[in-house]
Design a protein around this ligand. Structure first.
Ligand code: FAD
Length: 292
């Protein structure tokens, strides 16, 4: 059995069909015994109810450890604290504490809500005041677009750790060298919490390119060439995407990375296949009435 730890990120479904898709994904990935699964929080709290319902259902029906994402956008501290209390009451013990993007979308100037938490470090501290949550936060191997420098970003990460964060999950990246350079700088700054690479599958190259432009992730020229002129060939894109993600994960594992966070986009195939390639195997289901 592999000594690696994996976690899976889901988004709250919008309708019945998406609900079925998510649930099939949860059931398929569950036997891989993830360290946790997480559920995103829509921009500006737009999925507040759906995130809560999804998180509660996963806890009730699977018993998997769940991390609920939460942002500071467009809410007072009191409103965010209410969400935190409701999560705790629903059995959530792990929060992914995030600032969130401005209402106009990433790239617009960010203005904290008057009376709200200004950033993820403040939110992490607020969450810890409410209840002893485990806290994960985001981090940016290629720098957050709002940040003047990687050094400033790392300073902010330090504040998040001081506020109680015990894990940082990275924005997606395709350049492992950039991640490993960042990791060296984080360690040199005295930050010793796990820095978990966020692995994003390329299901649609045009949209990944847009997202990368917005969040500042480099797309290596090699990848641009690999996906060139495949707009009408989704099956080939899928195969190449699997090969690219496998190459990335295996390289990171060979270089000592032990924790992986998969942005599943609520699809099981690629995350499951990558886990298998990394050596993980499903735990057999315990038969009712079987001797212990
Ligand atoms: P922070 O680290 O708090 O701040 C981001 C940047 O803002 C800093 O790098 C800095 O440049 C600037 N900044 C913050 N505080 C200060 C300060 N005091 N002084 C000067 N500059 C400051 N978004 C969602 O809406 N919902 C989600 O569920 C979600 N999940 C995510 C999961 C992961 C793993 C990651 C990496 C991101 C996720 N995001 C999500 C996106 C995230 O909300 C955006 O990247 C957002 O712009 C930054 O959030 P943060 O928590 O990293 O912010």
């Amino acid at each position: 059995m592999s000594d690696l730890n994996v976690s899976f990120e889901f988004f709250p479904p919008k309708n019945e069909a998406m609900q079925k898709r998510l649930w099939s994904t949860v059931e398929k990935l569950r036997p891989l015994s993830p360290t946790f699964v997480s559920v995103t929080y829509g921009a500006g709290g737009s999925t507040r109810e759906r995130t809560h319902q999804t998180v509660s259902r996963i806890i009730e029906e699977t018993g998997l450890p769940v991390a609920a994402h939460l942002t500071c956008v467009a809410a007072t501290k009191a409103e965010v604290d209410d969400v935190l209390r409701a999560y705790w009451d629903a059995g959530v013990r792990h929060i992914v504490a995030l600032r969130g993007d401005p209402p106009g979308g990433p790239g617009d100037p960010y203005t904290p809500h008057p009376g709200g938490y200004a950033n993820a470090a403040e939110l992490a501290a607020g969450a810890r005041r409410i209840s002893p949550f485990e806290i994960s936060v985001g981090c940016y191997p290629e720098k957050h677009p709002d940040s003047p420098s990687v050094a400033a970003d790392i300073e902010l990460l330090k504040k998040k750790v001081d506020a109680g964060a015990t894990r940082a999950i990275t924005q997606f990246f395709f350049d492992n060298e950039a991640f490993l350079r960042y990791l060296d700088r984080v360690r040199a700054a005295g930050i010793d919490i796990p820095i978990v690479p966020g692995i994003m599958p390329v299901t649609n190259f045009a949209s990944i390119r847009r997202m990368s432009d917005i969040c500042g992730a480099t797309i290596p020229g090699r990848l641009v060439k690999l996906f060139q002129n495949l707009e009408d060939d989704p099956e080939i894109v899928k195969l190449i995407s699997a090969a690219v993600a496998a190459e990335q994960c295996l390289d990171l594992a060979e270089r000592g990375v032990k924790d992986f966070h998969f942005y599943t986009l609520n699809r099981e195939e690629l995350a499951y296949a990558l886990c298998r390639m990394l050596g993980l195997r499903p735990k057999p289901a315990i038969q009712e009435g079987a001797a212990a």
